[in-house]
Design a protein. Structure first.
Length: 219
């Protein structure tokens, strides 16, 4: 059954701490993983993310001292992704990115662009109070990048590929690294997380979770 196959993938998935460095993910399968990120949902559909696929071994070596949560994953992963979140430069209601996105990507007619733009402004200014600080807007946008992360990890598990999400890093230092080494404009982007993909070196411990009754309340 489809449900059983999906749940089997969820059982298979774990935060892989060390990958088999000799095994590489086929290009078509990694493209499939990235496609699930591309198709992920986001608030208002504005896609506040960009993904860097770091395959250069020299860059990985430079990353190593900045990511204390990836000491075994970074050197052994087949593929390493750094997820960037788009900051207010893009995501404020009055930015060109938003207007262009509604017109060119979402293909909305002018009258719907106006309605959606006004609603988006109210959402940011009043409903979620996102414009009171730059950090509030960035955090809101960053939360959405985790939807793409979950989809990538689940999709990889579904095809027998392991993954490990990583937040164990010095964010300021990592941002400076991205600016220095990759010319990432820190007025426009900030790092959200890293995620490594590959094939497990060792079998994981059995999965432990609370029961469904402990995490749900029916009202």
């Amino acid at each position: 059954m489809k449900q059983e196959a999906f749940l089997a993938a969820m059982q298979f998935r774990h935060a892989c701490k060390e990958f088999d460095p000799e095994r590489k993910i086929p290009a078509a399968e990694f493209e499939f993983i990235l496609e699930t990120a591309r198709l992920s949902p986001s608030s208002f559909g504005f896609e506040p993310w960009h993904f860097l696929i770091v395959q250069n071994p020299d860059l990985r070596q430079k990353l190593f001292p900045l990511v204390w949560g990836g000491q075994k994953q970074i050197p052994t992963a087949s593929h390493l992704v750094i997820a960037l979140v788009k900051k207010g430069y893009f995501m404020r209601f009055d930015r060109k990115y938003i207007a262009d996105f509604m017109r060119d990507v979402q293909k909305l007619p002018p009258e719907i662009q106006k309605l959606k733009g006004d609603f988006y402004r109210k959402f940011q200014e009043i409903d979620f109070d996102l414009l009171s600080s730059d950090r509030a807007l960035v955090d809101w946008a960053a939360h959405q990048t985790y939807l793409a992360l979950a989809n990538m990890m689940t999709a990889s598990a579904f095809v027998g590929i392991d993954s490990c999400p990583m937040e164990g890093f010095d964010r300021a230092a990592l941002n400076q690294f991205l600016a220095r080494e990759l010319q990432i404009d820190l007025a426009q982007y900030s790092v959200a997380y890293l995620v490594a993909f590959g094939y497990r070196q060792n079998e994981p411990f059995p999965k432990t979770r609370q029961s469904i009754g402990e995490i749900t309340t029916w009202i």
